[in-house]
Design a binder for this molecule. Structure first.
Ligand SMILES: *Cc1c(COP(=O)(O)O)cnc(C)c1O
Length: 382
């Protein structure tokens, strides 16, 4: 790819670079194609046509129709619109929501907000492999359950939940099924309608489009209240002049993903496996999460006895991540890993390698070499 830097970037789950073809598609809309798509003059109509095509490109990737796609500023906003919207519009049926303890903070914090407003939220646990237990879900479902929200692919471990089965069980009690598919879109072929998804969110910057753009899929027939009030844009859900350049970019990114999903997956999985097999040769290492039900681009590895923060700090020119979070000077272990039964020490010793389509074989070899050397020369705490 044609962005020159000397970083081995293995942090694609945090954010991706923009595909140069995506950038090319959006640039004219930052320059000469600047009209407001709501304007009735010819210039505005041209832009509106481009927005329509982008909407179709997004819809096509997930097997939806144009009317079911709402552009947002990203997944966090899409999640807020959906969770708060369902809570408000379906409260007559009930005030019970089911989600999972390993969801992204955008879901967990919004659920917490709803709990403070009289809703009851059940947080399902996960097994050692990161998967939910369908029996636990069955027992948690009630006649007053209005929504089940389970992420498609976990951002830290890459674990893929049994979405179709979850949707089926959810619909048996007449509740809606929502999935945060941010880490799945563009990586797995998804037909939202076919597998029973009612609401889904995706984010541009996790799939080679810019930051600050995303989309919400709301299945036809589901009514949500306005999130921002104004001109009635986006089916009345999210008023405000559309972010035209970024929408064009997201559309192009979806079009590319649809065409190249298979070839990307095959190439990336072989790089990921090479990386993982080599790193697992280091004594006292293991993979976190299911290796069967897992996305092709992620390897979350525990280097037992080490402090991942220290290791990452010493890795010059390698971008990887750990799930620990700094909250007011106290470093907390990854809540995703501890929910899977890892000790705090093992969670602190874990590193997420997340690959993408611009990684090369040379890069992987280099990272293996750097990490292996680093482990040999670093202090082992336990
Ligand atoms: C990145 C991410 C989000 C947040 O998306 P933004 O577009 O950055 O708001 C939500 N869920 C998952 C799983 C993510 O990886």
């Amino acid at each position: 790819m044609n962005y020159k830097h000397n970083i081995s970037y293995l942090d694609y789950n945090a954010t991706t670079p923009i595909d140069p073809r995506v950038l090319d598609a959006m640039l004219p809309f930052l320059k000469e194609n600047f009209a407001n798509p709501s304007s009735t003059h010819h210039f505005g109509k041209t832009i509106n046509e481009a927005i329509k095509s982008a909407r179709t490109q997004v819809a096509d990737l997930i097997g939806a129709t144009d009317k079911e796609i709402i552009f947002t500023s990203g997944s966090t906003e899409a999640i807020n619109i959906a969770l708060k919207g369902v809570a408000e519009n379906y409260s007559e049926k009930g005030k019970h929501i089911i989600t999972v303890s390993t969801e992204h903070k955008a879901v967990l914090d919004t659920c917490n907000y709803l709990e403070n407003r009289g809703y009851e939220v059940t947080y399902l646990s996960v097994q050692k492999n990161g998967l939910i237990d369908l029996e636990e879900l069955k027992k948690s479902l009630r006649s007053d359950t209005i929504l089940v929200c389970v992420m498609f692919v976990n951002n830290e471990t890459g674990v893929i939940q049994p979405i179709q089965e979850i949707a089926l069980l959810t619909h048996e009690v007449g509740a809606l099924f929502m999935t945060d598919a941010t880490q799945a879109i563009g990586k797995i072929d998804i037909n939202a309608g076919k597998i029973g998804i009612d609401i889904l969110c995706l984010s541009g910057h996790k799939m080679y489009a810019p930051k600050g753009i995303g989309a919400l899929y709301v299945k036809k027939g589901i009514k949500l209240p306005a999130y921002t009030h104004g001109g009635g844009h986006e089916n009345g859900l999210r008023s405000g002049t559309l972010n035209v350049p970024s929408i064009i970019a997201l559309g192009r990114a979806c079009e590319i993903a649809e065409q190249e999903i298979q070839q990307d997956a095959e190439r990336i999985v072989s790089l990921r496996n090479e990386l993982e097999n080599e790193l697992l040769k280091i004594p006292d290492t293991f993979v976190n999460g299911s290796t069967e039900n897992r996305i092709h681009n992620v390897s979350n590895i525990c280097f037992k006895g080490f402090d991942a923060n220290v290791l990452i700090g010493r890795m010059k020119n390698v971008a990887v991540s750990n799930g620990s979070a700094c909250t007011s000077a106290i470093v907390e272990p990854s809540y995703v890993l501890t929910a899977m039964g890892l000790s705090d020490d093992d969670a602190f010793a874990s590193i997420r390698f997340s690959l993408g389509k611009f990684n090369t074989k040379e890069e992987i070899k280099l990272v293996v070499k750097i990490v292996s050397e680093l482990i040999k020369t670093s202090f082992r705490y336990a």
